[in-house]
Design a protein around this ligand. Structure first.
Ligand code: HEM
Length: 363
């Protein structure tokens, strides 16, 4: 049977239906592994993920920190790391806190009540298209203070954007995502051109000083798009997943009828089958984290493998596993001791030697 890392295909039908059993197996057996399809390391343990997400210096969101580029429509809170991210993030967070969230909740309850009344007694219905999608479009439009777009069309645009996030695994998803992002940008442009209705967007626009540069305006506009689309897609998926969980766990449904359990119960439903399965970071070139891994493999080679003979691959594997076990029994973190000057002096020495070599060869 192929190893769990070979079996892990995030887009396979069975993974999409239930990713949790393979994730549990990965956490237990290979919590950190290289996924060739994604061209990326995959981490599945909570503590490891928290460590990566909190270490903004070593792990970047901004592709420019690893020599990449960001096209103008993608410049948003999602492509910045702290501290550069702080200004745009806090402008949206301040505006979010200033909204009448109780009023928004009341209107959402009313809308769901109305739709359930219309659907009641009319036979089976699709909870995602009839409830989750219209509810999520309405709530996020109410929050931002914009006219809700026709929700069927918007759902298709949002789906194409969400799917394109798996473009690394399936390149065919990239182009429809790019087109959809353009369509959504046009919609956001129209909100910015229209006179401001009260809401989060109006507040952010007030806070963005009129004479701010074009770049700052791009960040605000694109973050508004990310918020609308990210808010809608997670909400619609979370409602769909919650309905599915309740219908497949009738005991939980009964317990949720107790109003005292409702708030924590909703949090638990989102945690139990969340709408987001992962997030990504890139590692800035030359990161000390990568150097430490290289250092470790150097130690393994020098101390355990080089100059040894192995009767079979299995013997070699056992030797490596034994080394890992003994290393882990008293592992200590590497301490970075080289100064920038020492490293640069070595780089200069290598450069001089290479130049000499090239000069000698061309004689
Ligand atoms: C259950 C619901 C939700 C889940 C599970 C969720 C999950 C996530 C995740 C995993 C990220 C990426 C974080 C990172 O890589 O550091 C993210 C970012 C983001 N989400 Fe959500 N989200 C939810 C609901 C929402 C809603 C309702 C909104 C807006 C109304 C929203 C707006 C955003 C924005 C603007 C970002 C990018 C900014 C940032 O990461 O700081 N999300 N979300």
């Amino acid at each position: 049977m192929p190893s769990v890392t070979d079996r892990y295909d995030p887009l396979a039908t069975e993974t999409l239906r239930n990713p949790y059993s393979v994730l549990a197996e990965l956490r237990a057996r290979e919590p950190v592994f290289w996924h060739a399809g994604m061209g990326s390391w995959v981490l599945t343990r909570y503590a490891d993920c928290v460590r990566v997400l909190r270490d903004h210096e070593t792990f970047a969101r901004d592709p420019r920190r690893t020599g990449g580029t960001v096209p103008e429509p993608s410049l948003s809170v999602q492509t910045l790391d702290p501290p550069q991210q702080n200004a745009v993030r806090s402008s949206f967070m301040t505006a979010l806190r200033a909204q009448d969230l109780t009023g928004i909740e009341g209107r959402a309850r009313h809308l769901v009540g109305e739709r359930l009344d219309q659907l009641a007694g009319a036979g089976p219905f699709d909870a995602v298209s009839e409830i989750a999608v219209p509810l999520s479009v309405a709530v996020v439009a109410d929050l931002l203070g914009v006219e809700p777009p026709p929700y069927g069309e918007f759902a298709a645009v949002s789906d194409a954007i969400m799917r394109s996030m798996d473009g690394g695994l399936d390149p065919a998803l990239v182009e429809p995502g790019r087109i959809a992002r353009g369509q959504l940008s046009e919609l956001v442009d129209s909100w910015f051109a229209a006179s401001s209705r009260p809401g989060l967007l109006a507040r952010v626009r007030q806070a963005t000083v009129a004479d701010s540069d074009a770049l700052a305006r791009s960040y605000v506009k694109n973050t508004a798009r990310v918020m609308f689309q990210g808010g809608y897609s997670t909400m619609a998926a979370a409602v769909g997943n919650a309905v599915h969980t309740l219908l497949t766990h009738p005991g939980t449904l009964e317990r949720m009828r107790d109003r005292a359990l409702l708030a924590t119960g909703v949090d638990e439903l989102v945690r139990f089958d969340g709408p987001v399965q992962g997030t990504t970071r890139t590692t800035p070139v030359g990161s000390s984290w990568i150097n430490q891994i290289e250092t470790w493999f150097g130690l393994l080679t020098r101390q355990s493998i080089r100059r040894s003979t192995f009767a079979s691959v299995n013997v070699l594997i056992k030797q490596i596993r034994d080394y890992i076990d003994s290393w882990n029994s008293e592992a200590k973190p590497f301490t970075w001791t080289a100064t920038a000057e020492e490293i640069l002096a070595k780089v200069r020495l290598v450069q001089t030697n290479i130049k000499k070599l090239v000069a000698n060869n061309s004689k």
